[in-house]
Design a protein around this ligand. Structure first.
Ligand code: ADP
Length: 545
């Protein structure tokens, strides 16, 4: 017997319609690439998205075709999110921090028909122009007054929107149709396309807004630092429309001062970003003796949030840290370390230790850890194995790789090594490729980095496994000191005493001016491994087992 409830497909356009009808006066504030602040309401945004949907159709964009964007977080990018997906086309966000060769490869692979970009990225587009064979229109996301001079044939975004009225009805279609496309960072091999559907996106927006996830509500003012050009800014644009939260977009200015000023001016209550961004913000507020007047919580993820950062936010600024884990393949929200009622009553150090884990999954995501043979490991918080994930917003197949399923018995192998404890808290000990194998045992690079980051004179730390004659690999710590610090190797290594088993202690420390970051703000360990691959081969160190 069938249920007798309404059949309404879960479409991205329905998020926009909800925001317009029920939160129409809520504000969206953007720092623009033109340099000023722009403000309007959800109702304005919905109206302009309808005009843009008509304009895209007039440019010849058919259902299922890809509309590329190369843009910062801003209201025009948001309009494209809704106009492209809502009209049945596929929004393809491109990461401007990728190498031009990768960008050209991705645009070609995705067969983008239209490419919309912020003024900032004109040089990249000009450099790529001869290699964008599929692209029929290049749209600059600005107004007529700011249109740049260029040898390319460029379309002005505001001209497109201005030429249309907003009489447009969002089409209804199967919720399983593709809505947006995002390529993984591609640190190894070519990038892989993850093609989200309307259904997966709406379910993910629900999951991400729940109290034990990002806990979003209409009383929030959300500033997504996480870029809209990568994994849909962790779904925040959709979740914010779902709950009617005020949105503040930072544009290209992601340094500590610019973010702090915007947090204060707009009374931002919650934000989300990778640890490297928060370090910049913390450095700025510490140096200036500043306080936050409205910030309540921040989601930190994308790579491990150091315990020292968590403690600084919680203790020094009263900002609650939600440590989250996810991947491009999981839309990306996978888990969040939100405490249970009983855990809230624990002493601070015990609470922080739990919050520093990658956390529990919400309904919609299922996690397990398995050994090399695929057998599930106990949920004891100690047995580390390969982390597998499944759920309605988890990838089943990479774009244009049909017949080559990455799944193992219906689960997606994340490439992470993790433990899960009896309360369901998952903790990542390493990326499979970053694990340090010393004398047949694993050493967690994340844990060593975490300890190093706790030292007051460490600004950034990466730990890598380096070939070693006796132990196969030993940990080498690569460190950027805080400005003015003259700390030496012994002082830093002393700091590890008593915090871990002695044989986990890094064999050596090298101090560098900077650690390379990848396109999503994560430390790139590949170049470090290459640079220091022979570091221990001519040294007699590491007899600590
Ligand atoms: P994104 O593209 O969103 O940065 P990627 O797909 O490139 O995500 O990378 C996902 C990987 O990032 C995860 O498999 C994991 O190794 C790492 N990661 C994400 N969040 C965390 C976290 N909170 N702690 C540790 N590692 C994390």
């Amino acid at each position: 017997m069938l249920g007798q409830m309404m059949q309404q497909p879960l479409l991205i356009s329905s998020l926009l319609q909800h925001a317009e009808r029920h939160h129409g006066r809520q504000e969206i504030v953007s720092r623009r690439t033109e340099g000023d602040i722009h403000r309007y309401t959800f109702a304005d945004m919905a109206s302009r998205s309808r005009r843009l949907a008509k304009a895209l159709r007039e440019l010849g964009v058919e259902a299922g075709e890809r509309v590329g964007t190369l843009a910062w977080n801003g209201y025009r990018h948001l309009e494209l999110y809704f106009a492209a997906s809502g009209s049945g086309a596929v929004l393809h966000t491109l990461n401007p921090r990728l190498h031009p060769d990768q960008l050209a490869w991705i645009v070609e692979h995705a067969q983008d028909q239209v490419l919309c970009f912020d003024l900032t990225f004109l040089p990249q587009i000009e450099a790529l122009a001869g290699r964008l064979a599929s692209v029929r229109h290049l749209v600059v996301m600005t107004d007529r007054a700011h249109m740049p001079a260029s040898g390319l044939s460029l379309v002005c975004y505001e001209d497109l929107v201005g030429a249309q009225d907003d009489h447009y009805s969002w089409p209804a279609f199967d919720e399983n149709l593709a809505s947006s496309l995002c390529y993984t960072s591609g640190t190894t091999g070519n990038p892989k396309g993850v093609l989200y559907s309307h259904r997966s996106t709406v379910l993910h927006a629900y999951g991400g807004a729940l109290p034990d996830s990002m806990n979003l509500s209409a009383s929030d003012c959300v500033l997504p630092v996480v870029p809209m050009f990568h994994v849909n800014a962790w779904g925040l644009p959709y979740s914010a429309c779902m709950v009617g939260a005020k949105i503040v977009f930072p544009g290209p200015a992601l340094d500590g001062k610019s973010l702090y000023d915007l947090f204060e001016a707009e009374q931002v209550t919650m934000s989300a970003g990778v640890p490297t961004v928060w370090q910049g913000l913390l450095d700025h507020v510490i140096a200036g003796g500043l306080r936050f007047s409205a910030m309540k919580r921040t989601v930190i993820g994308g790579s491990a949030c150091p315990l020292a950062m968590l403690r600084a936010f919680e203790e020094d600024y009263g900002i609650h840290v939600i440590h989250g884990w996810g991947m491009t393949e999981t839309s990306p929200f996978g888990s969040a370390a939100v405490l249970t009622g009983a855990q809230r009553c624990l002493p601070p150090e015990q609470r922080y230790a739990i919050q520093a884990k990658q956390g529990r999954c919400v309904f919609g995501i299922d996690l397990k850890v398995v050994d090399d043979s695929g057998a599930e490991l106990p949920r004891d918080g100690a047995s580390a194995g390969h982390l597998l994930v499944r759920g309605p917003w988890v990838l089943a197949q990479y774009y244009r790789q049909d017949g080559d399923s990455p799944l193992v018995d219906g689960w997606f192998p994340t490439g992470d090594i993790a433990t899960i404890d009896a309360d369901g808290f998952m903790q990542i000990t390493d990326r499979t490729k970053d694990v340090i194998k010393s004398g047949g045992e694993w050493i967690s690079s994340i844990e060593l980095e975490n300890i190093a980051m706790g030292h007051p004179e460490v600004s950034m730390a990466a730990c890598i496994g380096v070939a070693h004659a006796k132990w196969d690999e030993r940990p080498l710590l690569v460190v950027v000191r805080k400005p003015d610090s003259a700390m030496n190797r012994e002082q830093l290594l002393d700091y590890f005493c008593g915090k871990i088993a002695k044989w986990w202690t890094p064999d050596d420390v090298v101090f560098v001016d900077e650690i390379p970051l990848g396109a999503t703000g994560k430390m790139l360990k590949g170049p470090l491994r290459e640079r220091y691959q022979r570091h221990f081969l001519h040294a007699h160190q590491g007899n600590t087992h």
